[in-house]
Design a protein around this ligand. Structure first.
Ligand code: HBI
Ligand code: FE
Length: 289
């Protein structure tokens, strides 16, 4: 699935960016955005971390229709120095890290069609912009994302991208956060998915385990279905503090000698918030066998 330089579409620049061409979206595209937005705005009430809602507000993403990146960036840049750039879809790892390290978030330009409503192979503009961009207006999360990009460039030199990608997966994409009001969602893969917004927070199937950097880096993940384990941070400050400044090279060296963990594993040292029944994953497996 990973892209390399040979996959670069002819119309994309060296860094794989393309113009958003906002004027080329048609009415059906805007209707699709509005429908997804309405459905998620409702679903996320009382489920998403307050900083996400603050981000929607700062960026004024409540306007009808697909956001124009020029207008979006006029609000995002003053907040945290981040900007959104359009790309055709997935970009090569190194380029992805380089964009993040420079506070550019590469966002898919296309929007899903009705038949793709619940599953997509490549990130579309709803996942990327609705899911990821609100938290980029938060200064602490904004720093974490940049640090991740820098860490990715270093991990590439150490052959450790797979390990670091798991950190991204279990935080930026599928992270949960413990707040005084209770568990809340913040991962973009969850907040942009109607079904997983409910599943990740309320279903008895998945494990919910306290954040542990090394443990996460050993844990495989599912790209084809709901996660079997979610990891819970205490705060964005904790996430930033535990992942920046530190040299990951010794950690990667340690990890090289340890076996990977299954998506549903629970270890004796885990801080288990929910021991999942895994009923959902088991039922899926039976249906397939
Ligand atoms: N490209 N556009 C885009 N979006 C991503 O989230 C993305 C990517 N390329 C690589 C990638 N993610 C991950 O595999 C890296 O975090 C390793
Ligand atoms: Fe994503």
């Amino acid at each position: 699935m990973e892209k390399d330089a040979a996959d670069r579409p002819a119309h994309a620049a060296e860094d794989w960016t393309i113009p958003q061409d906002w004027g080329r979206y048609d009415a059906a595209d805007h209707v699709m955005w509005d429908r997804l937005f309405e459905r998620q705005a409702h679903m996320l009430e009382g489920r998403v971390v307050p900083e996400f809602l603050a981000g929607l507000d700062i960026l004024r993403m409540d306007r009808p229709g697909i956001p124009d990146f020029r207008a979006l960036n006029e609000r995002l840049m003053p907040a945290t120095g981040w900007q959104v750039v359009a790309v055709p879809g997935l970009v090569p790892d190194r380029l992805f890290f380089d964009h993040l390290a420079n506070r550019r978030f590469p966002a898919g330009r296309f929007i899903r069609t009705p038949s793709q409503e619940d599953y997509l192979e490549e990130p579309d503009i709803f996942h990327d912009v609705f899911g990821h961009v609100p938290l980029l207006a938060n200064p602490v999360f904004a720093d974490y994302m940049q640090a991740y990009g820098r860490g990715g460039l270093r991990a590439d030199g150490l052959g450790a991208i797979e390990k670091l990608a798991r950190l991204y997966w279990y935080t930026v994409e599928f992270g949960l956060i413990d707040t005084p009001q209770g568990l809340r969602l913040y991962g973009a893969g969850i907040v942009s998915s109607n079904a997983e917004s409910h599943f990740a927070l309320e279903d008895p199937s998945p494990n919910r385990i306290g954040f542990d950097l090394k443990r996460i880096m050993r844990t495989r993940y599912r790209i084809d279905d709901f996660q079997q384990s979610y990891f819970v941070i205490d705060s964005f400050e904790q996430l930033l503090a535990q992942t920046t400044g530190a040299d990951f090279a010794p950690l990667y060296a340690d990890l090289a000698g340890l076996p990977d963990l299954d998506t549903d594993a629970i270890l004796p040292g885990d801080r288990v918030l929910t021991r999942g029944t895994q009923a959902y994953a088991q039922k899926k497996e039976e249906e397939l066998s």
